[in-house]
Design a protein around this ligand. Structure first.
Ligand code: ADP
Length: 186
């Protein structure tokens, strides 16, 4: 089952699944500042994509020393069906008064900017920060959808716009939250 809405020139869709199986131009990874891999979706992407992705992350790390929270870097997708992986670093939830909301918004914005720079027509996001980093899921979904919608609305007419953005939910709770939130926009 799919829930979709159209914003400006882009269709936003919620799906349930494993992001490593999605053949989008860009899949987004919820990485950590080291860029050296971790658990959750990060571990799944590196396992399924093979060592090429980690090699590319190591090269970026050697150049710029990892990736700050809220920012993003782009690499090959190795053996994955996607073309690129954008690695963004979500904030760890620390009660909400450490700029967590703004930093999560920045993750979506910086990932979109990089993906669009690389001409992506389809982009798949996981539910950044809602696993090991413990960001409250409903708030994270609200921020994700708002940040993406705002970004798309602000795109100048002459800028390439992605045709499709997928929100890939791995767990039932996120799936339900996203479907309700997106449904409210219909
Ligand atoms: P973070 O450290 O940013 O919280 P996690 O990987 O722990 O990152 O969790 C982020 C989200 O990714 C969680 O909602 C988790 O359920 C989800 N997730 C875990 N594995 C996958 C996967 N293979 N595909 C898509 N989402 C996944």
């Amino acid at each position: 089952m799919e829930t979709s809405i159209t914003i400006n020139r882009t269709v936003l869709t919620v799906v349930r699944g494993d992001i490593t199986t999605i053949a989008a131009d860009v899949i987004v990874n919820a990485a950590n500042t080291s860029l050296l891999g971790g658990g959750g979706v990060d571990g799944a992407i590196h396992r399924a994509g093979g060592p090429e992705i980690l090699d590319a992350c190591r090269r970026i790390r050697a150049k710029q020393g990892g990736c700050p929270v809220g920012e993003a870097v782009i690499t090959t997708a190795g053996k994955l069906p996607a073309s690129y992986v954008v690695h963004t670093v979500g904030p760890v939830w620390n009660g909400g008064d450490q700029d967590e909301e703004e930093l999560l918004r920045d993750c979506y914005r910086s990932s979109l900017a990089l993906a669009i720079q690389h001409g992506a027509n389809s982009i798949a996001f996981p539910n950044i920060s809602t696993g090991i980093y413990q960001f409250p899921k409903a708030l994270a979904a609200e921020i994700a959808l708002e940040a993406v919608a705002e970004y798309l609305c602000e795109l100048p007419d002459e800028t390439h716009a992605p045709k499709r953005i997928l929100f890939v939910c791995h767990d039932a709770e996120n799936e339900q939250i996203y479907r309700e939130r997106l449904g409210d926009c219909l």
